[in-house]
Write a protein that binds this ligand. Structure first.
Ligand code: GAL
Length: 429
């Protein structure tokens, strides 16, 4: 069995401990009995619809139907990258006590809020029944655990800190290699702009936050980046404000004034060659290799985003059992599939992610995905958590960061943004 030596490390454990530190006991009564509800259907809510998102889910749905003939699978997807729209719709349904049978939630602080609100069931019994406790990396289990109880089933590991490009565009523009620091990027960007091209494409607000987290990581390094989420790095310090000013400089070389409608249209500009780079998570691999049929390395390529070589900025999609799920028995079957080796090996090669389980069939992960697995399992890789995808900040803090970021990208006032984020941290911690 392949060892996940890179992920049992203290760094991930510490990140996760911080991520869940604020979680307290449930406020609703959890229904702990198993197997209630009609066995004839299951409604699963996610945001995996459209190119680069849907194929992995479709493969898991096909397996589910094969394993559960006669059970109708209600695919309640809500379009919109990073779940911006899905999360809003889910919040309405949860508030109305009308949950789906299972919904997608990122491991970390995003799930912690649901645990605190009593919205999700304790799934420890599924881990016991399926022998899962030792099959997932301990740091990941910690990110979905509160008070010794485990609350979701992780299906994958995604990486956030990636810079995508086409080798042909680089050579067409006389660029020898992608930048290894944001300063190097800015030098390249000035030359790219002089040629009338966009140095970095961008999409809607969440993609701007995705870029921001990786600029902060690249500029501040792992320890200070981690400190941003636990109060030990002062947002208003000169170093953080300098990184924020650099972010604004980077954005000035982007197409933010005509930003893509979502992450795929932003990548389309890279594919067409009108933009040179895009920072995006590795769901981009599913789009470039799967939907656009580009060849890894020759057609498209990817490196760690500037300043983050050797760092894995991770996030994990997981599925829950909401309290009051109408079809609990079939939801348990869905969750069993999500946690299974077969399910993860069907889903991840098409999703652009690597399995959350430690024992997956490595032969199924080729090209970019083979490099992702190698990096994730490399003991010297440093693991940190994503802001835009729920690991390091609660939804409450994240949404205040969103508001402040909207103002910041318009005004360019780094000090005001830093002060607002710091204040919001103090309020939400
Ligand atoms: C992330 C999610 C990924 C992918 C991406 C783009 O939040 O974890 O699986 O779907 O959004 O929508």
């Amino acid at each position: 069995m392949r060892r996940h030596s890179g992920v049992g490390k203290t760094v991930l454990a510490l990140t996760m401990a911080a991520a869940l530190a604020a979680v307290s006991a449930c406020s609703k009564d959890a229904n702990t009995s198993s197997g209630t509800g009609s066995p004839t259907s299951v409604e699963v809510m996610s945001w995996w619809v459209g190119p680069g998102e849907a194929d992995g889910l479709a493969a898991m749905i096909a397996l589910f139907k094969q394993q559960n003939p006669g059970v109708e699978f209600v695919n309640a997807t809500v379009a919109g990258g990073a779940g911006t729209n899905a999360k809003a719709q889910l919040a309405t349904r949860l508030a109305a006590n009308n949950p789906p049978d299972s919904y997608q939630r990122h491991a970390g602080k995003e799930l912690a809020a649901d645990i605190k609100a009593g919205d999700v069931e304790d799934l420890t019994y599924l881990y016991d029944q399926n022998g899962w406790k030792n099959l997932f990396p301990p740091g990941l289990i910690q990110a979905i655990t509160d008070n010794g109880k485990i609350y979701s089933v992780p299906v994958n590991i995604h990486r956030s800190n990636l810079l995508w490009y086409l080798p042909k565009t680089l050579s067409d523009n006389g660029i020898a290699a992608p930048p290894q620091s944001w300063d190097e990027f800015l030098t390249q960007a000035a030359a790219i702009q002089a040629k009338g091209k966009t140095a970095i494409s961008i999409g809607p607000a969440w993609t701007q936050k995705h870029l921001l987290e990786n600029v902060l990581l690249g500029e501040l390094g792992v320890d200070k980046y981690n400190g941003l989420w636990n109060g030990s790095t002062d947002w208003t310090s000169a170093e953080v404000v300098a990184a924020l000013n650099k972010y604004i400089k980077i954005l000035s070389y982007s197409d933010i004034k005509s930003a893509g409608a979502d992450w795929q249209p932003a990548l389309d500009r890279v594919i067409e060659g009108s933009a040179v780079y895009n920072v995006m998570g590795d769901w981009a691999n599913a789009y470039l290799a799967g939907d656009k049929k580009l060849a890894f390395k020759d057609g498209y390529n990817v490196v760690a985003s500037p300043g983050t070589a050797g760092v894995y900025n991770f996030l994990s999609d997981s599925f829950t059992l909401p309290v009051g799920a109408p079809h609990k028995a079939t939801a348990e079957k869905w969750l069993a599939l999500c946690g299974s080796k077969e399910g993860q090996d069907a889903f991840n090669p098409l999703k652009g992610s690597i399995p959350a389980r430690k024992d997956a069939d490595t032969s199924k992960y080729k090209d970019y995905l083979a490099t992702a697995l190698a990096d994730w399992t490399n003991p010297s890789t440093k693991v940190v958590g994503s802001l835009a995808h729920g690991v390091v900040a609660s939804d409450a803090w994240n949404s205040e960061i969103d508001t402040a970021l909207g103002l910041f990208t318009a005004s360019g006032d780094a000090a005001a943004f830093a002060a607002a984020v710091k204040q919001s941290y103090e309020k939400n911690k």
